[in-house]
Design a protein around this ligand. Structure first.
Ligand code: HEC
Ligand code: HEC
Length: 284
């Protein structure tokens, strides 16, 4: 009896929490998943500005595109293909949302659309056009943050564990994700910033959502990526293979030196002995 009532309460609760999704929830969904690449004004970021989207696309079209733009494009939709080509074939990551959530995001974008004519947004546009001229020091710190020589304040992994950049005298980075050598050129400051703060890709999200890269560190990283991008035509291609071999060999030599130390300790003071002693102790 009791459990039955509580189940129906729970059911009603979920029903309401589902129904009450409104433009406000749409706003937080938009800010956490789309804002890295889109503005609700008409200004481009990584993807197109979404102002007045509802005049251009149907809600059904929107849902299909957001859920899986690539399969939508492959299904032969001409508008989807056109916008994909217009944006240099950057793949928009698929988003897993319920229908209710998609409606909420749609409503939010729609509700923001007329606002693009008020002063707030005009200011943002001007701000975005300010030239980005970081100091040399920012650039150097950014380089160390990227390579892991300097740790992030909140302890996230170094970018080089997944990304490579082409730069002389710089160790080769991971091949898990795209090469970032020309990313500054492609996405500009705002776009790169969006990637670092908005974390639209799952791999980056899991690395940094609980280890936020600070605002200052973000500026320093962008300063480094700007430098890499501007200098890229003067850099030779790092010979990864030789370096890998060298790193591998020296690593092996170091490990060979370290392991005997562990074994030495184990021999004298075995694991079993320690467990044995602990148990004897806890009995008394
Ligand atoms: C990593 C960047 C990125 C993220 C994150 C992203 N988009 Fe996109 N989006 C793009 C790009 C790039 C395009 C242009 C088309 C293409 O290249 O596929 C695009 C296109 C679109 C379009 C088509 C616009 C038009 O004019 O037809 C819509 C609608 C859209 N995105 C909505 C969203 C929504 C909603 C979210 C969040 C749930 C989102 N996007 C997240 C990059 C992104
Ligand atoms: C756990 C792996 C991982 C780490 C660590 C990581 N990234 Fe990424 N990053 C990715 C993946 C995956 C993508 C999506 C593109 C792709 O599939 O290669 C991406 C995309 C990007 C992009 C957009 C690239 C483009 O061409 O659209 C930028 C910019 C970026 N990362 C910067 C950084 C920076 C700066 C750091 C360090 C703070 C970092 N990433 C750390 C995995 C990672």
């Amino acid at each position: 009896m009791v459990s039955k009532t509580s189940t129906s309460f729970l059911f009603i609760f979920f029903l309401f929490s589902g129904l009450s999704m409104n433009a406000q929830d749409g706003e937080s969904l938009f800010k956490s998943t789309c804002a890295a690449c889109h503005k609700t004004t008409s200004k481009k970021l990584v993807g197109p500005g979404l102002a007045n989207l509802h005049e251009k696309r149907s809600k059904e079209w929107f849902k299909k595109f957001v859920t899986s733009s690539q399969s939508f494009i492959n299904s032969g939709d001409a508008d989807a293909l056109k916008i994909f080509e217009e944006f240099n074939k950057i793949v928009m990551p698929d988003q897993i949302f319920s229908d209710t959530e998609l409606n909420a995001i749609w409503d939010y974008i729609k509700s923001e659309s007329p606002a693009q004519t008020n002063g707030d947004n005009i200011e943002t546009v001007e701000e975005a056009n300010l030239p980005f001229e970081p100091t040399k020091e920012d650039m150097l710190i950014g380089k160390d943050l990227f390579s892991g020589k300097q740790r992030f304040v909140n302890g996230g992994p170094s970018c080089i564990s997944c990304h490579n950049v082409r730069k002389d005298n710089f160790i080769a980075g991971g091949g898990l994700a795209v090469d970032l050598t020309d990313v500054y050129e492609r996405l500009k400051k705002e776009g790169v910033e969006g990637m670092i703060t908005g974390l639209p890709f799952p791999q980056m999200k899991s690395s940094y959502q609980n280890h936020k890269v600070t605002e200052e560190e973000t500026t320093q990283l962008i300063a480094f990526l700007k430098d890499v991008s501007e200098q890229r035509f003067y850099q030779g291609i790092t010979s990864y293979k030789n370096r890998l071999l060298l790193w591998g060999l020296s690593g092996a030599v170091i490990l060979m030196g370290i392991f005997p130390l562990f074994w030495y300790k184990r021999k004298r003071d075995s694991v079993n002995k320690r467990i044995y002693e602990r148990q004897i102790k806890s009995r008394n």
